[in-house]
Design a protein around this ligand. Structure first.
Ligand SMILES: [Mg+2]
Length: 245
């Protein structure tokens, strides 16, 4: 079957996400701490982040994910709920705790979207978009439509909010149905073996896996060092298809 559509993971596929997450994590928490201290005029020892350091937020998120398995991929919900619980325990009234958790999440989402796609990505999507239908499928909470390169994706799936994060097949199937193609006519590109390559392949899609190791690849999974190698892979796939009919 012809290659008709390409679906993309986002984090660590189109950009390096580690630095973004560290800046976002620390940035929104210190914003909250400063804003709260101004609002309440508290002494340094009584400040929110002094009593609940960033590690406390992480621990609470993990506990919430364990307690609410269907929500384990809905990072925005987990984060906001964890913040609001800690703020309540800090002594804020419920409505204030929820208000400040919401404000902190707004700051989080601003920082979260300060991603820098690899320089090759924009021109690559521009070219690919002329020949294939493109979609993004992410487990993260980046809304790709807020980014300049969002214009290349007519279809975007935020799998965590579906309560069915990858490797669940549903986000793939949703993207494919919006793209109007069958799995056999689509290629999925992503950096996770478990959440991108394997589930896409199980559905019958081709998969491009961006990964470091050189183990022999199963049929239908193609390894790349970097997303910039994708156009060459697609060229090769198209040639092979023509040769084999
Ligand atoms: Mg990824």
């Amino acid at each position: 079957m012809n290659l008709e559509a390409i679906t993309f993971d986002l984090d660590d596929t189109l950009w390096d996400n580690g630095g973004v997450m560290r800046r976002t994590e620390q940035g929104h928490y210190s914003w909250l701490d400063t804003a709260l201290a101004e609002w309440q005029a508290v002494e340094p020892a009584g400040r929110f982040a002094t009593r609940f350091p960033l590690d406390a937020l992480l621990a609470r998120r993990l506990a919430l994910a364990t307690a609410h398995p269907p929500r384990r991929g809905d990072f925005t919900w987990l984060r906001q709920r964890a913040l609001s619980e800690l703020l309540s325990e800090y002594g804020l009234a419920q409505e204030h705790a929820e208000h400040w958790a919401r404000r902190a999440m707004e700051r989080f989402m601003e920082l979260r979207h300060e991603v820098e796609p690899h320089p090759e990505v924009e021109p690559m999507l521009e070219q690919l978009g002329k020949h294939y239908r493109l979609a993004s499928i992410t487990n993260g909470n980046v809304e790709v439509t807020r980014l300049p390169l969002g214009r290349h994706f007519p279809v975007t799936v935020t799998a965590g909010e579906l309560l069915a994060p990858k490797p669940d097949p549903r986000p793939f199937l949703l993207a494919l149905s919006h793209l109007g193609t069958h799995p056999e006519g689509a290629l999925h590109v992503g950096d996770s073996w478990e959440e991108d390559a394997l589930p896409a392949r199980r559905l019958g899609m081709q998969a491009a896996w961006i990964g470091p190791d050189d183990r022999p690849m199963p049929h239908g999974i193609h390894r790349l060092d970097h997303v910039r190698e994708l156009p060459a892979l697609i060229q090769w796939m198209e040639k092979t298809r023509k040769r084999t009919g």
